[in-house]
Design a protein around this ligand. Structure first.
Ligand SMILES: [Zn+2]
Length: 278
């Protein structure tokens, strides 16, 4: 009887261990090779937006390495060669001529924000009549979930209108971003187009490292259109929200970055390059 009881206990223990390990691997705690460890809940940033606005378009992180830091995100490429959209683990370029391509792993990135997307909330939004309406709807959600955290969102649906921009690749010596965009950005307007807006929310205290609030990039379902979003409207959007509680940053190591005077306030320039507004 006693021996039998011990056997049962041992069986219980190994069953418990088995269940524990199974739960861990389902929760993605055991494996780390595909980003499925605790690092899934991190917004990974390459460089500072303030470095990019100063004109540091020197790519520092290869696309292949960026894919180890996330499967969803936004950014740009070496020499400012187009807008970066990462969706479902694929890195796309929305180029200055309006074309879209999947980008090879050896191309480098001077600035980007990516994370492994895990949906925490889904919201349906209706009657989005402008980018500021989308921002304020999302802000409302963020104020419920916590304004001082990071969020990545995917807004899917048919956009009644969407205006995106990209930019021409630059040659050295690099000029500040606001100056480049005066002459070298291209705008594209689309109507009734199906696609996904990938958006990043940075909290207020990020003002020295990135743009505070929302930053959206778009890619169409047919992978024929995309870019940095300047305006949009949509009847109905399905928005998946990933609440993210960690932030990590990789700094580039190049002469330009190392000598920037980052005490210079670039907030006006950042507003201009993000929104296209003066
Ligand atoms: Zn952008």
């Amino acid at each position: 009887m006693f021996v039998f009881g011990k056997k049962i206990r041992r069986l219980e223990i190994s069953l418990a261990l088995f269940v524990f390990l199974t739960v861990c691997s389902f929760a993605g705690i055991v494996s780390a090779s595909d980003g499925s460890s605790a690092q899934r809940e991190v917004i990974n940033q390459v460089s500072l937006l303030q470095g990019l606005t100063f004109g540091d378009y020197n790519g520092s992180v290869p696309v292949g390495q960026l894919k180890e830091l996330g499967d969803t995100g936004i950014g740009t490429f070496d020499a400012l060669n187009g807008e970066l959209i990462m969706l479902k683990g694929i890195v796309y370029r929305a180029a200055h001529d309006g074309t879209i391509e999947a980008v090879a792993d050896d191309e480098t990135v001077p600035f980007s924000n990516v994370t492994f997307f895990d949906t925490d909330e889904v919201v349906k939004l209706n009657g989005i009549d402008g980018i500021n309406v989308l921002k304020s709807e999302l802000d409302r959600k963020v104020s419920e979930l916590g304004v001082n955290r990071f969020y990545m969102i995917m807004a899917e649906g048919t956009f009644s209108t969407i205006q995106v921009r990209s930019e021409f690749p630059q040659t050295k010596p690099y000029q500040p971003l606001a100056k480049v965009l005066e002459t070298d950005q291209t705008f594209f307007d689309y109507e009734n187009i199906k696609g996904t807006v990938v958006g990043l929310y940075c909290p207020e205290y990020m003002s020295d490292l990135n743009a505070v609030g929302w930053h959206f990039h778009f890619i169409s379902d047919d992978r024929m259109a995309g870019g940095h979003v300047l305006n949009l409207s949509a009847g109905e959007l399905n928005v998946s929200i990933d609440r993210t509680d960690s932030f990590s940053m990789v700094l580039p190591d190049n002469e330009m970055f190392n000598s920037f005077d980052l005490t210079i306030d670039q907030s006006e320039d950042i507003k201009k390059v993000e929104t296209g507004e003066e």
